[in-house]
Design a protein around this ligand. Structure first.
Ligand code: K7E
Ligand code: CUA
Length: 679
């Protein structure tokens, strides 16, 4: 670290420390991972070559997913999920707006934290990526053949869907636990000071194995703590799920102090197969709840929004031996299960050690009933009886742990800004590397599965400071790529990221790259307003609504002249890109429209809603540079005053007109010069 950089770090950290939390900076430590020798060649992907891994980084407060190639760090795609994306019309088009419907109405934004790849047999299978919406609790499923969000389910009785959407090894469930406890059954008007009586936590298990059919299998009612993160067991601990919680103090104001008093909080260990059995044997209750389930119909590509009306709720008191609390120091954040499934590692963000629980000891303690007490029907296990070990002096502010599959664990240290490598079983620290600065999650490809791919670790840092050219008061977020193939970690690359990545997932490109959909098959489209050829285009009026069925193909729109629209009309442009060719997209934008553009994938129909306010002529055009004559790909809409006698016409091709005439349909052409003036 240069003296200048060090003073910056210290400055930053002490500024935060002044805010009340414990912060420090390691004053002695290893020198920064200076770029040496062959480092550049390790991240160099030559022009025309592909990266070895796809990495999916959550966008945090942008609500989306960023897709990057590793090791280059190149951004491949910005993938919209919970937030509207004007760049391609996601959440603006009539087809996609239903995806963002919730019990609170249309919610065009969220905060996405944890991408999670679908798994089969404990390893990523490349089918889907799940991600949580943290603010208005939701889980989305993204199809990895199209890189599009296909399904979103809302989670009721929750506030802050943070411990989500971690998967079970068989892919049967993804989970969501509420970060903020709220009044439940249902949320209602109660004094906040009745927190201890009325506010509850809950853990949702969402069946996720069938596209279009995500469903909350059951919710487990929990004491009103803050549930933070989760991970499934595997191997010997298969069938269990572990969730961290903090605020066992049940503070409801000034949490910074009031939720940091207890030496230990809890990890909730859930035997979810027991919970399933209790649900099957009728020990759960159906409780009223309103929550949205939205999904894209695969053949029309139109999203449907439905509201669910009840949820299955299980109280641990009615289902003994299902939920246990594992005391864990102190205000734990991450909880990670090692590839063998034996060790459960907590990131006690205010703890001075990294506590590791043993699954075998946990089982023995349950059998021997080594319980310290019981909270709302949940036995609290004795800490000494379940702890496998503690990593001593790991650094400050442990948050998250990933594994390389070779018996090593890697933990992010937020306060001391480093990644620490340590050995499972002996708990000794093997190596440490500084990261710039204040690392949150780290990610090893496959690192939370039973067979990590190893090789790289990505650190996602919260504070960037001086790492890039400055860009005003807000700087880019930063990821760093670290080589973990040897004994010593090696810093390879900094790359700026969009939004604020929390967690990430990655898999070898070979698992998905040959499964990519290249275009949507027009012949199979069931979109109600699709046009499969230019001769199917046309215009029609239903009261004050005008439907325009339009085709886009290099390099024109059909129709491209429209008349007879009146002020007061709502015009729905149903535009189909009738190209059947990979990566040939068209766009659609119209002067003054209070809407985003459309971007049309080949074979896709999207609907643009337009309410013109004044009588005038409006140009429209293609926004995606599609061909040499892209600039010619444009047209006009003439809008007349309300009540005008200008006939409703759209120019269609001669061929289409002939076809229409044969079918007995009268097709008017737009007015010749001077005719059909508005009155
Ligand atoms: Cu940022 Cu997983 Cu939401 Cu930790 S979380 S850093
Ligand atoms: Cu179509 Cu540009």
């Amino acid at each position: 670290m240069t003296p200048r950089t060090r003073s910056l770090v210290i400055g930053t950290l002490s500024a935060i420390a002044a805010g009340g939390l414990l912060y420090a900076c390691r004053s002695t430590g290893p020198k920064p991972g200076l770029v040496t020798g062959d480092v550049a060649s390790k991240v160099y992907v030559a022009p025309g070559q592909h990266d070895e891994y796809y990495a999916f980084l959550s966008g945090g407060f942008n609500g989306q997913v960023g897709v990057y190639g590793l090791p280059s760090g190149r951004l491949l795609k910005f993938l919209p999920v919970f937030s509207q994306n004007p760049e391609n019309g996601w959440g603006y088009t009539e087809e996609t707006k239903p995806m963002l419907m919730t019990s609170h109405g249309f919610v065009p934004w969220d905060d996405s934290h944890h991408p999670e790849l679908s798994q089969s047999n404990g390893t990523p299978d490349g089918r889907w990526l799940f991600i949580n919406g943290n603010n208005t609790p939701r889980i989305a499923r993204i199809d990895l053949t199209t890189f599009e969000t296909d399904e979103i389910i809302e989670i009721p009785n929750a506030g802050g869907g943070h411990a989500s959407p971690f998967t079970t090894p068989d892919g049967k469930y993804v989970v969501s636990a509420t970060r903020f406890s709220v009044p439940t059954g249902p949320n209602r008007d109660v004094p906040i000071s009745t927190y201890a009586q009325n506010f509850k936590g809950n853990l949702s298990f969402v069946a996720a194995n069938e596209p279009g059919k995500m469903r909350i299998a059951f919710q487990i009612l929990m004491p009103g703590y803050n549930y933070d993160l989760g991970h499934a067991g595997k191997g010997p601990s298969d069938g269990w799920f572990f969730f961290t919680s903090y605020n066992s103090e049940q503070a409801y104001e000034k949490l910074e102090q009031n939720a940091s008093k207890a030496d230990k909080d809890y990890i909730a260990a859930v035997n979810y197969r027991n919970a399933e059995a209790c649900v099957t044997s009728g020990k759960a209750k159906q409780t009223p709840a309103r929550y949205a389930h939205n999904h894209v119909d695969p053949t029309s590509r139109v999203a449907r929004h439905t509201m669910e009306t009840s949820v299955t709720t299980l109280d641990p008191r009615d289902c003994p031996n299902t939920v246990f609390y594992l005391p864990t120091p102190k205000s734990p954040h991450g909880v990670d299960v090692d590839p063998t499934g034996q060790y459960i590692v907590a990131g006690g963000k205010l703890a001075t050690v990294i506590p590791v629980h043993s699954f075998d000891k946990l089982q023995a303690a349950i059998t021997a009933k080594k319980f310290d007490k019981e909270i709302d029907g949940i036995p609290v296990l004795n800490y000494e009886s379940i702890v496998a070990g503690e990593v001593q002096n790991p650094g400050l502010g442990p948050l998250h742990t990933e594994f390389d599959g070779k018996g090593n664990a890697y933990t992010s240290m937020f306060i001391s800004s480093e990644v620490v490598k340590w050995k499972l079983g002996t708990w000794e620290v093997l190596d440490r590397i500084p990261v710039y600065y204040s690392v949150g999650h780290i990610m090893i490809p496959g690192g939370d599965s039973k067979a990590p791919f190893g090789k790289y670790l990505v650190a996602m840092n919260k504070i960037t400071k001086d790492r890039y050219l400055p860009t005003g008061p807000e700087l880019a977020q930063s990821a760093q790529l670290i080589d973990i193939s040897g004994d010593k970690m090696k810093m390879l690359l900094d790359f700026p990221t969009i939004g604020e990545p929390h967690y990430a997932q990655a898999l070898p490109a070979t698992l998905i790259k040959d499964k990519q959909v290249k275009f949507h098959q027009l012949a199979k489209s069931t979109h109600p307003h699709v046009v499969k050829a230019e001769l199917e285009t046309g215009i029609s009026r239903q009261g004050k609504t005008v439907h325009v069925k339009m085709a886009a193909i290099r390099s024109h729109f059909a129709p491209d002249n429209i008349e007879g629209v009146q002020v007061g009309d709502t015009v729905l442009f149903h535009v189909t890109n009738i190209e059947q060719d990979w990566d040939i997209l068209h766009g659609f934008a119209i002067l003054g429209a209070e809407n985003a553009e459309l971007i049309l994938q080949p074979g896709e129909t999207r609907t643009f809603k337009w309410v013109p306010k004044t009588a005038q002529v409006y140009p429209f055009y293609c926004t995606d540079f599609c061909s040499a004559l892209h600039q010619e790909m444009s047209g006009y809409v003439r809008v007349s005053p309300a009540g005008s006698n200008v006939p409703l016409v759209a120019n269609i091709s001669k061929k289409a007109a002939t076809q229409a005439a044969r079918a007995g349909v009268t097709v008017a052409q737009p007015a010749a010069a001077g005719a059909g003036e508005a009155r």
